[in-house]
Design a binder for this molecule. Structure first.
Ligand SMILES: [Cu+2]
Length: 527
């Protein structure tokens, strides 16, 4: 088989082409090759546990009825990997709710009593629970409690999470959070998206756009005999991009599929809601051509705090593990080959390899093409409880005086061969809170990274304005719940502790979950 870029490889007995990973090269040939490639690769992907679908799979959605979203999820181990099971299928549904709704989730731990897997802290106990990442809700049971709600194999947890009526709309996600084995479970894929409806209140255009919920997960290829083929398939360059010595150990999947196709017509505008659900890898999203018109970051509409600037245009966007971006994208011109890719992220001398690779290909639906996507080009149906009927809430606030004051609290990330620390301490389940804050206030914190690798800082229950890096004001300050902290550097944030629903004990931690499991977490008491 001859590929236009002169390269080929064998996957499952079929020849495939290796793109160069650079835009504008070997496009026509690559497209032809890519189609043949899919046939071969999808066959072994089935065995590999990745979707056989060529189009980007769409997970099932669960909606509210009478303001209650009810579902049962189970934790299972399938083909040696931990997974969520929903209605008998190992898939993580997209949960859709409106402000004012209640999530009633029965979470059954059907994991085996004895684990065959490896955890950050061995042995894996196969304890599990749920965290509702980014939600401004109570940290007390039966809500977003990761400290006392833990199910052993055979046990069940009953969540009843009340989403406040004034909760911002946007993309959130759920994942498991048992200290010591969070990394194992999330790396295996125990994560799913949550949409809080109502973003069209802030950016009316999105109401009429085709919406795509895109869950990006990391997948280990460390012990996969086909690692080389897989790396070629997603176009990981052979040259490393950071200072790291090791070979790449993970590739990204998109809604469970490896390099699926996303149908979008020329000039069509779509509303993409992307979550980085990987346990420990960064995304730096870019389209080969085109830009992202950002509407929300980390589930917070840009307009919420800045009514005059509801969107922001960018060519690439860094998403730390757990980060989300919601953006309008425009279909490329007819005949152009465009991929959604992640750029290389240099995670520092002690960091993990985080190479660039292709996440998905944008394809243009054509009449002869029998893509299931063709039937989904209509605007999405109105949510059952049209949050859009309510007027949008805005929260403009002048934080300049707080920025000028010295930080009220400093979080220092350090690591050594024995573990990972916040302010010199390793997390313990029975630890006292490292700090406490009075609900009703804003606080200036400084996050300090005294280590030779990146760490993403995350705090439960609240959002913060990240406004300065290494002491320099950011060009685009943003309200986030997870922020990257540069190697040897600092990030200054103003945390919003004003919502009375957050009262209770919560945590803040590094969202490289391997680090969290090994101690880089602390408790905070909201009182
Ligand atoms: Cu970390």
């Amino acid at each position: 088989m001859h590929c236009r870029d002169g390269t080929s490889a064998h996957v499952n007995g079929r020849s495939v082409c290796n793109g160069t990973g650079r835009k504008g090269t070997a496009m026509t040939g690559r497209r032809r090759c890519t189609r043949i490639l899919y046939l071969g690769v999808q066959m072994f992907l089935a065995a590999y546990g990745v979707s056989q679908t060529v189009s980007m799979p769409e997970p099932p959605q669960v909606r509210a009825q009478n303001h209650v979203v009810s579902l049962t999820l189970a934790a299972v181990n399938e083909h040696g990997r931990d997974a969520f099971s929903f209605e008998g299928v190992t898939v993580a549904p997209v949960i859709r709710a409106s402000p004012g709704d209640t999530l009633k989730i029965t979470y059954v731990n059907d994991l085996p009593v004895k684990s065959t897997e490896t955890c950050a802290v061995n042995p894996c106990m196969n304890m599990t629970n749920l965290h509702f990442h980014g939600f401004t809700v109570s940290p007390n049971a039966p809500q977003d409690d990761v400290l006392t709600m833990l199910a052993k194999p055979g046990q069940a947890l009953h969540y009843s999470v009340e989403i406040p009526r004034d909760h911002p709309p946007g993309l959130f996600w759920y994942h498991t959070h048992p200290h010591g084995e969070s990394h194992r479970q999330v790396a295996d894929g125990m994560s799913g998206a949550i949409v809080i409806e109502g973003l069209e209140r802030y950016v009316p255009e999105v109401r009429h756009l085709r919406e795509r919920v895109i869950v990006v997960r990391g997948r280990s290829i460390e012990h996969d005999p086909r690692a080389d083929e897989l790396k070629k398939y997603v176009e990981i360059p052979s040259k490393t991009c950071g200072g790291e010595a090791e070979a790449p150990e993970e590739i990204f999947t998109v809604n469970g599929a490896l390099r699926p196709q996303i149908a979008i017509s020329p000039s069509e505008r779509q509303f993409w809601r992307v979550v980085n659900a990987s346990a420990d890898r960064y995304l730096d999203l870019q389209l080969d051509e085109g830009e992202f018109e950002i509407v929300a970051l980390d589930g917070m509409p840009l307009a919420y705090h800045d009514r005059q600037h509801p969107t922001r245009i960018t060519h690439h966007v860094l998403l730390a593990p757990a980060g989300r971006v919601e953006a309008i994208v425009t279909g490329p011109a007819l005949g152009t080959q465009v991929a959604l890719r992640t750029l290389c992220v240099n995670t520092g001398p002690a960091g993990d390899p985080n190479p660039g690779m292709v996440l998905a290909d944008l394809i243009q639906p054509s009449p002869e093409r029998t893509s299931p996507d063709q039937h989904h080009t209509d605007p999405r149906p109105e949510p059952e409880h049209a949050a859009g009927a309510r007027p949008p809430l805005y929260k403009p606030i002048n934080l300049e005086p707080l920025k000028k004051r010295a930080p009220r609290f400093t979080v220092i990330f350090t690591e050594d061969k024995n573990g990972f620390y916040i302010n010199g301490k390793k997390f313990a389940m029975d630890a006292e809170p490292m700090t406490s804050v009075r609900v009703g206030t804003y606080q200036h914190w400084r996050i300090v990274n005294r280590s030779p690798e990146l760490h993403p800082f995350h705090i439960h229950q609240v959002h913060f304005l990240a406004y300065a890096e290494n002491g320099t004001p950011l060009a685009d300050p943003a309200w986030l719940d997870t922020v990257n902290v540069p190697v040897g550097g600092t990030v200054d944030v103003i945390l919003d502790f004003t919502d009375p629903v957050i009262k209770g004990m919560a945590v803040f931690h590094c969202h490289l979950l391997n680090h969290e499991d090994k101690g880089m977490m602390a408790k905070i008491l909201f009182k």
